[in-house]
Design a protein around this ligand. Sequence first.
Ligand SMILES: Nc1ncnc2c1ncn2[C@@H]1O[C@H](COP(=O)(O)OP(=O)(O)OP(=O)(O)O)[C@@H](O)[C@H]1O
Ligand SMILES: [Mg+2]
Length: 313
Amino acid sequence: MSRIHEALKKAEQERAAGHATEAVALPQPEPAPRFADWKPSAVGVVAVPVAEPAPVSGGTSDYLRFDDLRAHCARPEWHLDPNVNVFSNPALSTHGAEQFRTLRSRLYQLRGAQSLRTLLVTSSIPGEGKTFVAANLAQVIVRQPDRRALIIDADLRCARVHTVLGAPVAPGLTDYLRGEADEMAVIQHGHEGNLCFIAGGNDVTNPSELLSNGRLKALLDRLTPVFDWVILDSPPCLPVADANILADLCDGVLMVVRAGTTPGPTVQRACQEMQGRNIVGVVLNAVQDSHLYGSYYYQPYSYGRDAGKVPEK
Ligand SMILES: Nc1ncnc2c1ncn2[C@@H]1O[C@H](COP(=O)(O)OP(=O)(O)OP(=O)(O)O)[C@@H](O)[C@H]1O
Ligand SMILES: [Mg+2]
């Protein structure tokens, strides 16, 4: 747990007043035994020059260009929820926006040392702020000139990214994975610069099966070269298996921890669950003074639209 304690300490030093996100990608000089596959990077926040998206090889008919994608994908109206978008709400943006810029810098820094383009945002238990972090991270990326981001709502049990963006939920990923919609029907481009979005889609009863049926991998293979970052929002990794399936399709995993809420042993178990995956950092979310040293509580967790029922594992 030393990393989390270090993050808490760092958050304490850096935080400003208010309910804000402390975005902390935790590069470490030494890999820790608990985080077997932790990939360390240089310490500190450095403005690392950003590489252009890798050129797509060949000139085959499968070649997908961003301009074509933007011209042919869905273009619904988005109405961003100002309560959860730090860049459209001055009250949230003071400190939160800066933390997301820091997170962006650190991710680019990590990318300098490893192949990192598809990023899974997960956490141990529900409600830690995965969707909040994924949506705001995607937005801070496209605030840089010519940067393109795709956010995919891969939480097929409790899709919520569309509510943050004020976008339609369907057609979306479930519809694509079931073969009922093609890629251009499910990719949305709103008015947010170079931000694209694939919503969760219509309700399904077999999310784990759909995520592992091969179609998502094919979709990522095709879309990833078009974007600087592809960010996948996911369910928490302890109650259900989906985040594990998704992590296998992504270059890196960003773990969200809600300060003062998530018990330390639960975070440890989540990291063990992700063993073998490339955990690139931790975002300590919703930091408040009382959370730094307050007592933790534990409660059993369940997840999904039917929280309380036995979840599909
Ligand atoms: N830093 C923050 N500041 C203010 N509100 C936040 C912050 N982080 C999360 N929230 C709010 O807390 C609630 C839970 O956040 P969010 O939906 O992002 O969690 P989640 O981990 O995606 O949950 P789930 O596991 O259900 O998918 C939301 O209402 C969100 O707007
Ligand atoms: Mg969520």
